[in-house]
Design a protein around this ligand. Sequence first.
Ligand SMILES: C[S@@+](CC[C@H](N)C(=O)[O-])C[C@H]1O[C@@H](n2cnc3c(N)ncnc32)[C@H](O)[C@@H]1O
Length: 298
Amino acid sequence: MVRSCCSMKQPIMAVSLPWSKYLSFGQLPLSSARKSFIRKPSPYKSIHLIRCCLTSAFIVMDDSKYGNKQIVSLTPWLYDYVLSNVREPGVLKELREETATMCGSQMQVSPDQAQLLAMLVQIMGAQRCIELGVFTGYSSLAVALALPESGCLVACERDEKALEVAKKFYERAGVQHKVRIKHGLAIDSLNSLLSDGEAGSFDFAFIDAEKKMYAEYFELLLQLVRIGGVIVVDNVLWHGKVADPLVTDSKTVGLRHFNKAILEDERKSEKSRTMTNLTSNDAYVASFLRYLNSFHGR
Ligand SMILES: C[S@@+](CC[C@H](N)C(=O)[O-])C[C@H]1O[C@@H](n2cnc3c(N)ncnc32)[C@H](O)[C@@H]1O
């Protein structure tokens, strides 16, 4: 989800990064993917899956309400191709390999997602960033590497053990002087930043902690991130579950509410004007845009 701040007085761009690997057909064995998808109409009224082979799988939206757009789904082969086009610094690769041996490793963002975060930070010329949900540090290290020497990332995480790994890799990468770790609940860290007078002083934030707290994080970050800054929100499509009415677990419901609230947010105050237009691009546009849902100014 991208929330964009085009007005001089208004913030904010927020980008959401659904986890592509869960949205692809990649978890199906090829034979079953072929059997299921080749030339068979999908159960959805206006969508026909017309090809799924070794190298491609795509969906044609043949209803005119979609403008007859072709949306490319993400096969394992296409995702491999995407990853082979990602520039992953050696130290991030080492961290990814160490994280892969740990419990919860699936929580780490993917190299292409981390590249997107780093790219946004670089494009913005960001100096001050916040991350909620550090885990072993993959996304935060990508951001810290992208920051200038004078830059600062406030890294908020409650899991001390995971933070030990993150700290080791900040040091290995020589970026430890840029990272200010806040161990504890993210909401407490945000409140303490506000009471320390840091409102409006951040350029960029990445939300990837407790899903049920997204709305609260977002409100506090609207105060902490400067007008014209960027807030990136991970997992808002929640492995595709938000679009499945049969899924009613609390995290999915919470994320649906969050997405809806952002869409319907009409505030036009000094601190926040809500600019929303949720679109899910998945794999079609470009590797890094695949994850974005865009917010356009109204
Ligand atoms: C999805 S992982 C973060 C992955 C990380 N961004 C990366 O790329 O490796 C979520 C992290 O948020 C942390 N977390 C969950 N709830 C939290 C909270 N309320 N306050 C602080 N951290 C929290 C978890 O301990 C976990 O490490």
